[in-house]
Design a binder for this molecule. Structure first.
Ligand code: HPA
Ligand code: ZN
Length: 326
């Protein structure tokens, strides 16, 4: 088969996807209407036009505004269902979804409303398509560690509904060490640990995420190549990087697709995976990320299979489930 068909058809896992970042403008408007929430944009087209970002913060401002239409458990179900349908079409067999409870609890939406709606959609996808899913609760790093602890407290009654915790939102000025104690507590609770690092922030944030937060995967991590010693360590310890190519282009981490360092990361021996991050905002779901990178860079079939294998080996599936895919 053509390489294109291989990319589209190969079974894959997605490990870096913010569920609130899957809200398409059409659904934002539909939910705004259903919930009588006022939007600052007059139309779907006007909202889509606003998706021209200069950096991470300019994206986050619009992303949090979009999430303001989510109020009921059914809203969270509908959002998650729409993503899972797209993932299924891309031959995603397993997905680990980030969610940002603080974005919702701050607006008076109960933690349980958020997690129950998402979880019900995950259960349906498993029954209908054999598509498995797991949730990773993210702490917003622009908020305080105290607020992260309060969120963890609210989450504990739902401990069986998520497998791990992560760290997202504005990276610069909010280094990993700000959350060292709350991550230590999460580790004691048996939660899996990941963190965004080295997206916009310096390679040193990757090092401190490993050393002080004890994370098992680095989300993004593309700036590691600026530090040879760190790169060697990531390769030696087989720390997976959940890379999101189209996100990096839209947020100006790289100027254009051909400038992305995906192939350099692979050549450095790193455990690279390809993911969509916030597909509704960055112009594509996981297969679009694969297609655009393979069009722009000299990547071949072996790279495709390698990254698909990596996506399962780096997942939080248990060993027996992983084995089915490896
Ligand atoms: N980086 C940081 N925070 C985020 C992102 C991202 O790419 N997407 C959603 N929240
Ligand atoms: Zn992300």
């Amino acid at each position: 088969a053509a390489l294109r068909d291989t990319l589209l058809q190969m079974p894959k896992a997605e490990l870096h996807m913010h569920i609130e970042g899957s809200l398409e403008p059409e659904l934002i408007f539909a939910l705004a209407e259903r919930n009588k929430v006022k939007l600052e944009y007059a139309s779907v087209e006007e909202l889509r036009t606003a998706y021209a970002f200069k950096d991470l913060q300019s994206f986050l401002d619009i992303y949090y505004a979009g999430a303001s239409v989510l109020l009921t458990e059914q809203d969270f179900y509908d959002m998650t269902r729409a993503y899972l349908q797209r993932a299924h079409a891309d031959n995603v067999r397993h997905t680990e979804l980030f969610f940002d409870p603080q974005t919702h609890t701050e607006r008076g939406v109960a933690f349980g409303t958020v997690v129950n709606g998402i979880d019900r959609a995950l259960q349906d996808a498993r029954k209908e398509w054999g598509l498995s899913g797991a949730l990773i609760m993210c702490f917003l790093r622009h908020l305080s560690e105290e607020e992260a602890f309060a969120t963890l407290e609210q989450a504990l009654p739902y401990r069986d509904k998520f497998v791990g915790v992560g760290l997202d939102s504005s990276e610069r000025g909010h280094p990993p060490e700000k959350f060292a104690r709350v991550f230590a507590r999460c580790k004691e609770l048996g939660l899996r640990l990941v963190a965004h690092a080295g997206e916009e922030g310096p390679p040193d944030y990757i090092r401190t995420a490993l050393d002080l937060l004890k994370v098992e995967r680095i989300d993004h991590g593309v700036r590691c190549l600026e530090d040879a010693e760190l790169t060697a360590r990531l390769a030696r310890d087989r720390v997976p990087l959940t890379v999101c190519p189209l996100s990096n282009i839209k947020l100006r981490v790289f100027d254009k697709v051909a400038d992305h360092n995906l192939l350099k990361l692979l050549d450095a021996g790193l455990v690279v995976t390809v993911n969509s991050d916030d597909p509704a905002y960055f112009g594509g779901y996981v297969n679009d990320n694969f297609l655009q990178m393979f069009e722009a860079l000299p990547l071949g079939r072996e790279h495709a299979y390698q990254m698909a294998r990596n996506s399962f080996s780096a997942s939080f599936l248990d060993a027996a489930e992983k084995q089915k895919y490896l």
